[in-house]
Design a protein. Structure first.
Length: 714
């Protein structure tokens, strides 16, 4: 609704939906809601019934805007839209203060719980009687964003509204560097706090108390985070905190001489699952709590060995763990302590779901699999293995794991993904997804490796017009986004999860649509390589060499007219686009959106650069294309959302650069879009951008040659 948010409940049988909240939902901080385990109620945050009127802006400023430095080094990035006045603070409190409520879904009645507060999140217990409530607290700040404000986590009684315990308090993060000596001051802290799935109470990890006679000044016995602990260290415990959550209702569920990284339970909490990490190895074991004297190994593997990943435990809610990959190294899968592990009906087996990747992903696609594992013996049985014959099959939901009933999704490079219900070898198609751009899907594609003069190898993706004829040299549009790597192995690791059988996916701003107009679209990787933390020492050098070797390779393949090249990118890609146009002579046209073009305006680090301007002055200056605007070659189109809230890409960057280019006699255009954030979203904006992009490229690269006419280009 234009002026309010409500919760609707849909009937999957009829497809009908009905509103269950009479009062509007307050979706400012707590943007989600939770069902109680019985499905009868929803716990949410509503607009308070007797809410005061929205604060009115003062007719005149009450005084100056004030900021004061804090003691210590406050290395904050350049956040957008920070609070500046007392009115801002009053407005935030008004927007953030909501009423916790339990909504009876059938009767559509909301029962308020406690007093209105600035509630950030709510996590109800399985029985619906208690809830973990996180509140934002004052004081507010004018130097850090809202997400850095202080907060407290409390345990609320959903029947009476009483706060029965304070679970955790997080002070405001003002960015001041911590110069502590590394001692583990949080040794007694609860870790991995969550509701136990059987409803018995809260479960968490905690070290056993230190013996009373222990020398408190001696060295800690625990190793660093993730380690196993030195001999003689205090045991690690899995704890249960039962209602009424006082000092007498704590129980030790399990004790281990080795540190536990995380823990989970089966739905009935009869089996405890422990994950540990030591160095690069990850292990998971199961403990039958009726006989806790033995740990049964489930998996043990090297977190960095993607090809040998055994899969991750399947959750009892039917969801499947994310496949392993560079972003999930370290074991992955399955959620936190409150997410129950799926057991077989006999309670003796668990299930591991994963993806097996090939050594050469460009030659063979990945294979999804589901294994049934006997907890006591470790014996594995393959339950499901996806096809790898030019298609990508994977499970997306578990319906009845013992009956072999799943939702399977299947796609290929030419067929859009469809979902099927599979059971006992039969399939029922559930979806009828359509490919909105079949011509772009069918467009010829090339993916190949190029090598720089320094021997570094990286990938290039090229999309050609659907009617492309070999030998035709095309005007080309490069679209790219540089990333930093330490070495070749570090770069190659990222490509190990490439899926050659996946259906191509396009967004509203995907440059591949340009093939409809006869352009080749080139998407090269752009690796910036160097020692950790110092990759940007080589930014300009690698940028030039990357682009040069890609252009030479495309030219040698006869795909492009190297005299008709454009380049573009968004955000850091926009920044790098302008750098390419001031440091190379290759491009006649550029498109740069929502970028930062002067790194002196982000002096406390940017992107993956962690050094300060004053620690790497030459790097900051050399990477600032604004300072080299007089060297711009080609015509540059700038666009920017006027409400860009991204760190470091204030909308003022584009007008500043345009002003410089205009004063230097360079050819440029700029389009500033109202209400847009860091990335255009409105239909009107997207259509306007495409009209201007295509006109810009047609003007400065020359309209592509009609199909069938071969040019030799030079």
């Amino acid at each position: 609704f234009p002026d309010a948010t409500y919760i609707y409940v849909a009937d999957p049988a009829s497809g009908r939906a009905r509103r269950v909240t009479r009062s509007p939902v307050l979706a400012t901080l707590a943007t989600d809601f939770a069902w109680t385990a019985d499905g009868a109620s929803i716990v949410t945050v509503l607009v308070p019934e007797h809410r005061a009127f929205r604060p009115v802006a003062p007719a005149r400023p009450a005084g100056p805007q004030v900021k004061q430095t804090l003691e210590g080094e406050n290395r904050l990035r350049t956040y957008a839209s920070l609070m500046a006045t007392p009115y801002d603070e009053a407005l935030l409190e008004w927007h953030a203060t909501g009423q916790l409520a339990v909504v009876d879904v059938e009767r559509r009645r909301a029962r308020p719980v406690g007093e209105p507060a600035m509630i950030q999140s709510v996590d109800p217990s399985p029985d619906g009687h208690w809830a973990r409530v996180t509140r934002m607290v004052k004081p507010f700040s004018t130097i850090v964003p809202v997400r850095n404000f202080g907060r407290v986590e409390e345990l609320w009684d959903l029947t009476t509204g009483a706060v029965v315990a304070r679970l955790h308090e997080t002070p405001m993060n003002v960015g001041v560097r911590d110069d502590d000596d590394g001692d583990d001051d949080g040794a007694e802290e609860r870790r991995g706090l969550a509701w136990r799935p059987d409803g018995a109470g809260l479960t968490f990890l905690q070290r056993a108390p230190a013996p009373e006679a222990a020398d408190s000044t001696g060295p800690e016995a625990d190793a660093e985070e993730g380690g196993e602990g030195r001999r003689g260290g205090r045991p690690d415990r899995v704890m249960l905190w039962r209602p009424p959550f006082d000092s007498t209702s704590l129980e030790v569920v399990y004790e281990s001489p080795r540190r536990i990284q995380s823990h989970r339970f089966s739905e009935d909490a009869s089996v405890l699952f422990l994950q540990r990490r030591q160095g690069g190895r990850v292990s998971e074991a199961a403990v039958f709590l009726a006989d806790p004297g033995e740990e049964h190994p489930i998996v043990d593997y090297d977190a960095d060995d993607l090809l040998a990943h055994p899969g991750s435990l399947v959750s009892a809610d039917g969801s499947l763990p994310a496949p392993p990959g560079p972003r999930f190294f370290g074991g992955g899968g399955g959620g936190g302590a409150g997410t129950a592990v799926q057991l077989s009906a006999d309670g003796e087996h668990v299930f591991l779901y994963g993806v097996r990747y090939h050594e050469d992903p460009m030659e063979e696609g990945p294979v999804a699999f589901l294994d049934r594992v006997a907890i006591r013996t470790g014996e594995k049985t393959r339950v499901f293995e996806g096809s790898n014959d030019g298609v990508w099959e994977r499970l997306t939901a578990v319906l009845d794991i013992d009956a072999g009933s799943f939702v399977l999704t299947r796609e290929s490079p030419t067929e859009v993904a469809q979902s099927y219900r599979v059971e006992n070898g039969s399939e029922v198609r559930l979806t009828d997804n359509l490919d909105p751009t079949p011509d772009v899907t069918a467009a010829p594609r090339e993916r190949f490796v190029v090598e720089r003069p320094d021997g570094f190898r990286f990938l290039v993706n090229v999309t050609l017009p659907p009617d492309y004829r070999p030998g035709t040299r095309l005007p080309a549009m490069f679209w790219f986004y540089p990333r930093e790597y330490e070495d070749q192995d570090n770069y190659d690791e990222r490509g190990r999860t490439y899926n050659r059988n996946a259906f191509p996916r396009f967004g509203t701003r995907s440059m591949q649509y340009l093939v409809r107009l006869g352009y080749a679209v080139v998407e090269p990787d752009a690796p910036i390589v160097g020692p950790a933390g110092k990759q940007n020492n080589h930014y300009e050098h690698d940028l030039r060499n990357n682009l040069a070797v890609v252009i030479d390779s495309l030219d040698a393949r006869g795909l492009i007219d190297r005299g008709r090249l454009g380049i573009g990118g968004h955000s850091y890609g926009a920044f790098s686009t302008v750098n390419a146009m001031v440091h190379t002579p290759f491009f006649k046209a550029g498109i740069a959106g929502d970028g930062n073009y002067n790194r002196t305006f982000t002096p406390m680090s940017f992107q993956n650069e962690r050094r300060l301007l004053w620690e790497a002055r030459d790097v900051y200056l050399g990477m600032s294309p604004f300072l080299y605007a007089d060297q711009l070659t080609g015509a540059l189109l700038l666009y920017h959302g006027l409400h860009d809230q991204n760190v470091g890409t204030d909308p003022d960057h584009s007008p500043r650069l345009f002003h410089a280019l205009n004063g230097l006699g360079k050819e440029a255009a700029m389009y500033l879009y109202p209400y847009e954030d860091h990335g255009p979203a409105a239909r009107e904006t997207i259509l306007d951008l495409w009209a201007r992009w295509t006109a810009w490229l047609d003007t400065h690269l020359g309209r592509p040659t009609p199909a069938g006419e071969v040019t030799t280009g030079g």
